[in-house]
Write a protein that binds this ligand. Structure first.
Ligand code: NAD
Length: 260
């Protein structure tokens, strides 16, 4: 008997039309590219910023010029009260969200010998407490959504450690354990939690690294260049989309082949 061959459906052009996504720290850098990409795929996007009002507005204007929908929402993610206010602003505009991308992050680099408690606290406050605060505020949204996704932007530094980054490496390593745990707790609701761990990426964050150190880092990257924000966004798009609904609790490295 002749085998029936399934029809090949054309790819969906705007596969995320029925999703609302919040991307923290998306007025620039990797977060901005994620916001652009999710909007390009049809999602409603909330562009969070701490103080760069004009840059965040520029992101939403560019999205709207493209015929898609976005709003800017201010909040310092390290402040639970500001995050709660942001959640209310988003709900008023879009209702519940489906996707939370915890992207906001900072570095305060010093050797451990030189590192003060304030240096430590500042990084933990944004990178870990900020992730806690946002996940807490939007947990029910992600849990009850038919397309619930929690995506945490970690770093290869959380996998390897890095000279002068005890605070940052610890915060990014903590995100792996957080993601894994949330994946287990969200699983019975059909929602997922995953971590994207970029390698060294050409953004303002990398600009703070002295030239000499940057060159040394680049020499150790097998693909012989730093990542660009565009290298990171495809994985986030995939994780948000329907094809990733069976993928959870994972750390996906995008780092040019750095071994860890
Ligand atoms: P970036 O400095 O350009 O962007 C960070 C964004 O977070 C900025 O928009 C900043 O305003 C925002 N932010 C910082 N503190 C905030 C706060 N308290 N509340 C709200 N927003 C806040 O750097 P980036 O490279 O785009 O970093 C994005 C994410 O990617 C970070 O989590 C970073 O740790 C991670 N990452 C970066 C690299 C890299 O080499 N650039 C590598 C791996 C992972």
């Amino acid at each position: 008997m002749a085998e029936t061959v399934p029809r090949l459906e054309p790819l969906e052009r705007r596969p995320l039309t029925d999703r609302t996504c919040l991307v923290t720290g998306s007025s620039r850098g990797i977060g901005r590219e994620i916001a652009f990409e999710l909007a390009r795929c049809g999602a409603n996007v909330a562009v969070n910023y701490r103080s760069s009002d004009a840059k965040a507005r520029d992101v939403t204007e560019r999205i709207e010029e493209n015929g898609e929908t976005a709003i800017t929402v201010q909040a310092d993610v390290s402040d639970p009260a500001q995050v709660e206010r942001m959640a209310a602003d988003i709900r008023e505009e879009f209702g519940a969200i489906d996707v939370l991308v915890n992207n906001a992050g900072i570095t305060v680099d010093r050797t451990f010998e030189e590192m003060t408690y304030e240096d430590w606290q500042a990084v933990i406050d944004v990178n870990l407490h900020g992730t806690f605060n946002c996940t807490k505020a939007f947990y029910d949204d992600v849990k009850t959504s038919d397309h619930g996704r929690l995506i945490n932007i970690s770093s290869v530094v959380g996998q390897q450690g890095n000279y002068g980054q005890a605070n940052y490496a610890t915060s990014k390593g903590g995100l792996f354990a957080f993601t894994r745990t949330l994946a287990l707790e969200l699983a019975s609701h059909g929602s997922t939690a995953n971590c994207v761990a970029p390698g060294f990426t050409e953004t303002d964050m990398l600009e703070t690294v002295p030239d000499r150190v940057r060159e040394k880092i680049r020499e150790d990257i097998p693909l012989d260049r730093f990542a660009r924000p565009e290298d990171i966004v495809g994985m986030v798009r995939f994780l948000v989309g329907d094809q990733a609904e069976y993928m959870t609790g994972q750390v996906v490295g995008i780092n040019g082949g750095i071994e860890w």
